[in-house]
Design a protein around this ligand. Structure first.
Ligand code: GLN
Length: 481
């Protein structure tokens, strides 16, 4: 049996029917994952021993008649989430040697649901990037568009799932880091509404933008994972007290109908189809629009007039927050220490050696925009524009249920290209950062491939706590695998 090719739903069905055990499943996935470490390099670390012990425990529970939503399902976790007893480095030299002393809330939720933790996936250092090339441990290759970037920053998670080296994974999305790699690797990726999922125990990137979300092979699998990781958490004051529906029920009523999207209006934001949109990406999105119409949806042109300010606003807010969040890595409390008699010198040397170039660039930018004299000109102004961007989305959602747009302006590019061109990388985030600035939810769904075989994703964007609608529409638009 090709265990690693399975979806979560298929694996659960098989285990519940007694066709195979979690140990067999986990072993199969670990084998596939290990075999691709020298090529795809999706994982920073694999924990075969731990995973097999958890799988054996899951099998014991099932044999004793217990059932749980993800009992025995192996999952890959981005290397910026604390899993008790496992290393957690955020793919940074400065966190080398750090072992998580506790479980992040999402990990505790998955553990309670019976999931098995395979290992930790590669990422851009501290989630700063769109290519997974800023990882201290070396890049990850796109398993579908070989020789190309898998996207980032959750590129390891995307490559693991897209390359059938995991059934499903968790990523984090601060400015597109779940949706963009999902799009480049042909997956479903969800950026939940800000406050939907707890951030406790996640290595903070930009705290007002970060959300954890699932990366899966199907819409149904994403809904299953969202059921487990959603909800308010006393340990995260920004998580919201909003009931968690059963997301797998989102499409139940409309499923089987010839027009499952009847009565739904999809807004087409004209600014997301502007200059720089690759023609092949554009074609795939046009096809998705036509599918939506055939399935009964009404398409409606809408405008998000401040889209052009998304990149500068995002890169001011996010660098300001990252410069503050990364101040805690000082060689005293976590990971790497470059010892020195003078403590100030020790801070400096540890940070100089421990952080990579992109991290330093962002700390410098963030410190600059927060500095006295420039605070009003940059940080304060960006906060105001952020409000305007949020209002754009609110106004659009007064006219439609969801927005439909591309995820990225272009398909995955070859590894190494643009590596020394940060601005070029930043600009590629133009279609994803608005969602994080506004706080609303979005989903990346496979929409086919380019002639060269590179996956292209279509983005569905929903209002706050609009995840049910996202799943309903995504399920109807999902192409056969
Ligand atoms: N690519 C964006 C950046 O470099 C998004 C990162 C993220 O979502 N973590 O900041």
């Amino acid at each position: 049996m090709e265990f690693a090719k399975m979806t979560v739903t298929e694996a659960l069905r098989g285990m519940r029917a007694g066709a195979f055990t979690s140990v067999e499943l986990t072993q199969g996935v670990l084998q596939a994952a290990q075999a691709a470490q020298n090529t795809i390099h999706a994982y920073v670390t694999l924990d075969a021993e731990g995973a097999l012990a958890q799988a054996a425990e899951a099998d014991r529970m099932r044999a004793a008649g217990q059932e749980l939503p993800l009992l025995g399902v192996p999952i890959a976790v981005k290397d910026n989430m604390n899993v008790k007893g496992q290393p957690c480095t955020a793919s940074s030299h400065i966190l080398e040697g750090y072992v998580a002393p506790y479980d992040a809330t999402v990990i505790a939720q998955l553990r309670a649901a019976g999931a098995v933790f395979l290992g930790r996936t590669n990422m851009d250092e501290f989630a700063l990037g769109s290519t997974t090339q800023t990882s201290y441990f070396g890049p990850t290759e796109n398993p579908v568009a070989r020789g190309c970037i898998p996207g980032g920053s959750s590129g390891g998670s995307a490559a693991a799932v897209g390359g059938d080296l995991a059934l499903c994974a968790l990523g984090t999305d601060t400015g597109g880091s779940i949706r963009q790699p999902a799009s480049h690797c042909g997956l479903v990726g969800v950026k939940p509404t800000y406050g939907r999922v707890s951030r406790y125990g996640i290595v903070a990137c930009a705290s007002s933008l970060d959300q954890v979300g699932p990366m899966t092979k199907t819409v149904e699998d994403a809904a299953l994972l969202m059921n487990v990781i959603s909800g308010q958490d006393a340990m995260d004051a920004t998580s919201l007290d909003e009931p968690v529906p059963d997301y797998t029920q989102a499409w139940i009523e409309s499923e089987g109908s010839e027009k499952p999207l009847a009565g739904i209006t999809l807004g087409i934001p004209k600014e997301y189809f502007g200059e720089g949109l690759d023609p092949e990406v554009h074609t795939r999105i046009e096809e998705a629009k036509m599918r939506a119409e055939r399935l009964g949806a009404t398409l409606r042109p809408v405008s998000l007039p401040n889209t052009a300010y998304g990149i500068p606003t995002y890169y001011i807010c996010m660098t300001a927050e990252i410069s503050a969040n990364l101040a805690r890595f000082d060689g005293v409390r976590y990971g790497l220490r470059v010892p020195c008699d003078d403590v100030i010198e020790q801070y400096k040397r540890t940070r100089a050696e421990g952080f990579g170039a992109e991290v330093k660039r962002r700390i410098l930018l963030g410190t600059f925009v927060l500095s006295s004299g420039f605070y009003d000109a940059y940080y304060n102004r960006a906060q105001k524009v952020r409000t305007l961007i949020r209002r754009d989305f609110e106004a659009a959602f007064a006219q439609c249920d969801l927005l439909l747009a591309p995820v990225t302006p272009e398909p995955a590019w070859p590894l190494g290209v643009y590596q020394n061109d940060p601005i070029r990388n930043y600009l590629s985030d133009v279609l994803t950062v608005g969602v994080n600035l506004a706080g609303c939810c979005a989903l990346s769904l496979p929409a086919g491939k380019t002639a060269a075989g590179k996956p292209v994703g279509v983005q569905l964007i929903g209002p706050n706590f609009g995840e049910m609608m996202l799943f309903r529409v995504a399920k109807a638009l999902e192409l056969p695998r």
